[in-house]
Design a protein around this ligand. Structure first.
Ligand code: PLP
Length: 401
């Protein structure tokens, strides 16, 4: 390596967010490649038997096996850790694998986890159905009710888990206030930062201990790969790393390479998509067929003030309610042409979803209504198309009513 490469390597963890998003974690090989190398290899070789022994037995640091030791995956981990302001990040095969690894490493029978009831459906399912089976006590709370958090936090509580902003109504949970309550009993607060990403919100700076991610959404941002990550202190991440070594829900080098490219454009995508979401939300608010618009960028939204404090922008996801219940919502969705009809979100292409019959379709009607998932509700994850084209498409949709 020449001296310029060495200087660049030493600089990768420094600078502003946008600089670290394109530079952090990149370790150039002696081939001099400019883009990050993709190490598609299951295992690594050793120059001699002694070095092999040292790698296996003495943790010498030589790469061993890609279940836990892949340089492309490590580059992604270092870059995301840098963006979240975390000491360490562990990449996983999916967002759910990140949550699984967290629970496997940090919970045991008899422990309690307190979880916001407004989290991703599979997250709640994983805690109650699977961790519950192994003797972990799962308690759910209304995340906006600080007294509910307070009374749920018993001395046996190990983890508290929340997601903000919530899906699909963009409600904002006060990370700092919940962190103070959680720390009073020496438990750790975990925040799923999927919707804002570190470009718009950094939970660790607001008092959270651990951040979980579905990289599938905005981190990739282009709808290509499934992956996840978990970030926090060295002490909290090491047990997760050891679980990954044994349990194995690891990220592939190929997907890590895709996510590295995604992180490079993360901030400009999040800013551009947030700006378009704001324009679309303001337009929707003026349409006679629309009964309500839920976007924290609107002054009328209950989470507006808090979002301004803990986020640097309002994000790309919004929802709105049309007249005519499910039938109305379906006819609006079916009459749009540009928006992609899919359950996924966080793409450069705008996606349109009917939560009550898809993403939240397995909840009971009671649970749905408690979460504000009314039959007339439509969710948009705004992409990079022009605001005027999106508005024209939604206008087509609304005229079906
Ligand atoms: C999609 C999603 C997950 C799960 O991530 P996968 O990558 O699909 O496993 C977790 N949390 C939130 C908020 C999500 O949107």
């Amino acid at each position: 390596m020449n001296s310029r490469d060495i200087a660049q390597q030493q600089a990768t963890g420094e600078g502003e967010f946008s600089t670290r998003a394109v530079r952090a974690g990149h370790r150039r090989t002696e081939e001099g490649e400019h883009a990050e190398a993709m190490f598609m290899t299951s295992s690594f070789t050793f120059p001699n038997a002694e070095r092999a022994k040292a790698a296996f037995v003495d943790d010498s640091g030589d790469n061993v096996y890609s279940r836990f030791d892949n340089p492309t995956v490590q580059a992604f981990e270092e870059r995301l850790a840098s963006l979240e302001g975390a000491e360490r990040c562990i990449a996983t095969a999916s967002g759910m694998a990140a949550t699984l690894a967290l629970g496997m490493a940090h919970l045991q029978a008899g422990d309690r986890i307190v979880c916001s009831q407004a989290v991703f459906g599979s997250t709640l399912n994983l805690w109650t159905k699977y961790f519950g089976k192994f003797g972990v006590e799962v308690v759910t709370v209304d995340p906006f009710d600080l007294d509910a958090w307070r009374s749920a936090m018993t001395p046996g509580t190990k983890l508290a888990y929340l997601e903000t902003p919530t899906n699909p109504r963009c409600e904002v949970v006060d990370i700092r206030a919940v962190a103070d309550i959680v720390h009073a009993v020496d438990a750790k607060l975990v925040v799923d930062n999927c919707f804002c990403t570190p470009a718009l919100q950094r939970p660790l700076e607001l008092g959270a201990d651990i951040v979980s991610h579905s990289a599938t959404k905005f981190l990739d941002g282009q709808g290509r790969a499934v992956g996840g990550a978990i970030c926090g202190s060295e002490a909290d991440m090491e047990p997760i790393y050891l679980f990954m070594r044994s349990g194995g829900p690891s990220m592939s080098a190929f997907n890590a390479w895709v996510f590295l490219k995604g992180l490079e454009t993360l901030e400009i995508r999040m800013r551009a998509q947030s700006a378009t979401a704001m324009q679309v939300a303001e337009w929707l608010q003026q349409q006679p067929q629309v009964q309500a618009v839920y976007y924290s960028g609107l002054a009328s939204h209950p989470g507006h003030e808090l979002a301004k404090q803990q986020q640097s922008d309002f994000g790309a996801v919004l929802s709105f309610e049309v007249k005519g219940g499910q039938e109305g919502a379906w006819s609006v969705i079916d009459a749009t042409q540009l928006c992609s009809l899919t359950g996924n979100l966080g793409d450069t292409r705008t996606t349109i979803t009917h939560p009550s019959t898809t993403t939240h379709g397995r909840l009971s009607e009671e649970q749905r209504l408690a979460a504000g998932i009314n039959p007339g509700l439509i969710r948009l994850s705004v992409g990079l198309e022009s605001a005027s084209d999106l508005i024209a498409d939604l206008s087509k949709g609304l005229s079906a009513l």
